[in-house]
Design a binder for this molecule. Sequence first.
Ligand code: 4NP
Length: 153
Amino acid sequence: MVKVVMVCLGNICRSPLAEGILQSKVNKNVFVDSAGTANYHVGELPYKRSIAVAKKHGIDITNQRCKHFTSKHFEEFDAIYVMDKSNYENVIKLASSEKDKQKVKLILNESHPNQDLEVPDPYYGGEDGFKNVYQMLDEACSVIAKNLKTDSK
Ligand code: 4NP
């Protein structure tokens, strides 16, 4: 079992989408979860506009509830994908070894290697923001899923 966690700030917009998208592309041997570096929304459903854009693509994310990212995630997960550089800094602060730090990656470096691109927070913008975020995450998750399949051969 490979364990992957998607991380953003609130765990209501970007990382729930990333979780749902990656889960839809992998088999049962991959466990996918998500969490936020802030705890404002713990226990809540994903934001309604993330639920809507996922649904449009046939993915149901209403089983998810918001969780807070903690140092325990380093023990449980093999890979930690963050959405932006601010998430990266917040997650790295909780790492306790070099091995922990190496688990943390900007998710768009999967689809756009070495460019350090960020998934913008769509919370305060219009509908297009959610569509764009979906497309970026879909592309990155396709690469992650393909690599997970290659690794397990
Ligand atoms: P997310 O977006 O990090 O993609 O879940 C956010 C949602 C809510 C807040 C911040 C970011 N907030 O401050 O409430």
